[in-house]
Design a protein around this ligand. Structure first.
Ligand SMILES: *Cc1c(COP(=O)(O)O)cnc(C)c1O
Length: 372
């Protein structure tokens, strides 16, 4: 069997930075949650994306959960959530027994439509929070979203799980909302094997999240709890991997952008293929290069043709409002998400990919048009 080409897989630094930090943790016996790698990883992320404070957690999902609690979201509260996303964006709303209302994307950004967001806020003026996502490393139109949320006085949580390294008008995604969340899951642009972070300029709330995520232990000699606790803190080992990976983030972004440009250049003659939208104000990390197909060849045709050669690709996220688990909840939009799901496709965007492999993928895709 030929060597598998992945959609996106973990890619440790050539220099072995990750292992150095992990070794330090072993040498000093900091094998616990907390420790210098955790503190420094938080600090280094804050410096990198220019934000005040960060709490390193076990996953991006945990970070969204903590963000909702930090906003005071509780039972029966309305949370407006981008529909076209991974389920981890929406699940924590249910953990808190709050009520999601799903908002459609637009074709200009593939992310939350400002127009439908405003419609939803008119319908639900008491909404507690908005969760906007930067899919595949493309950024949502944050100026518009922030303006609307200010007008209706609603808190913004930015799900930047897929967009670490992406900038919008020169500023990093994750820093526009009241809270931003990052993920270091295995398929993300940098990974700690599993992990996440909550970022914010609100120091008091970040400190509170650190407290909640280490079992909410009050300051007392005995075990004393006046609030509900969680065991969500990132470990010092995992944070060591993260510190090493952060050193190669810019390199990874460059390679992802190279992959996007490669596909774009070599597939430009196929007029049925439309690439994901990159707006002037957006410098995306190109986490996954995604396309929509407007002719006879369908996403499944490409997925199967690549699969035959041991190459991984996959459809665009299936919107939340048509997921069996979530379809009972309200939705504001005009089915742009369904359109992208039906006609869209994510191409292999692994940063370890070689030019020969990109060539092969391009050849297989072009072959489907030659045979049509
Ligand atoms: C990966 C991802 C998450 C969840 O992050 P985990 O670290 O896997 O919990 C949340 N939202 C989006 C959009 C993601 O892609």
């Amino acid at each position: 069997m030929k060597e598998k080409i992945y959609l996106a897989s973990p890619h440790m630094s050539d220099e072995g930075y990750e292992q150095q930090y992990v070794k330090e943790a072993f040498d000093t016996n900091w094998i616990a949650p907390l420790g210098p790698n955790v503190t420094n990883f938080e600090k280094e992320i804050c410096e990198k994306i220019s934000i005040g404070h960060a709490a390193a957690l076990v996953s991006g999902t945990a970070a969204i959960h903590m963000a909702l609690r930090a906003c005071g979201v509780g039972q029966g509260d309305i949370v407006l959530c981008q529909s076209l996303t991974f389920s981890a964006t929406a699940n924590p709303i249910i953990y808190e027994k709050a009520i999601p209302v799903f908002i459609d994307s637009d074709l200009e950004t593939w992310n939350m439509s400002p127009k439908h967001l405003e419609e939803a806020l008119i319908k639900y003026p008491n909404a507690k929070a908005v969760i906007v996502v930067h899919l595949y490393g493309l950024s949502a139109d944050m100026d518009k979203i922030v303006e609307i949320c200010k007008k209706y006085n609603v808190t913004i949580i930015e799900d930047a799980a897929e967009s670490l390294g992406t900038t919008y008008k020169g500023r990093y995604t994750g820093t526009f909302g009241d809270y931003g969340i990052l993920s270091f899951n295995g398929n993300k642009i940098i990974t700690t094997s599993g992990g996440g972070m909550l970022v914010s300029n609100n120091q008091e709330r970040i400190e509170k999240v650190r407290f909640w995520s280490t079992q909410a232990r009050d300051k007392a000699r005995h075990y004393q709890h006046s609030e509900l606790g969680f065991n969500y803190r990132m470990s010092n080992i995992v944070a060591g991997v993260g510190r090493g990976q952060l050193k190669v983030l810019d390199q990874r972004v460059k390679k992802k952008q190279y992959i996007y440009n490669y596909y774009k250049k070599h597939l430009k003659n196929i007029s049925d293929i439309e690439f994901m939208p990159i707006n002037d104000w957006n410098s995306p990390n190109c986490w996954l290069t995604s396309i929509i197909l407007k002719g006879k060849v369908r996403p499944l045709d490409i997925i199967e043709a690549l699969e035959d050669e041991n190459i991984e690709s996959r459809p665009i996220w299936k919107p939340m409002h048509i997921q069996p688990f979530f379809e009972q909840y309200d939705y504001v939009g005009e089915s742009v998400g369904e359109f992208l799901f039906t006609y869209g496709l994510c191409l292999p965007s692994d940063t370890k990919i070689k030019d020969e492999q990109l060539d092969e993928i391009v050849r297989i895709i072009k072959g489907l048009w030659d045979n049509a």
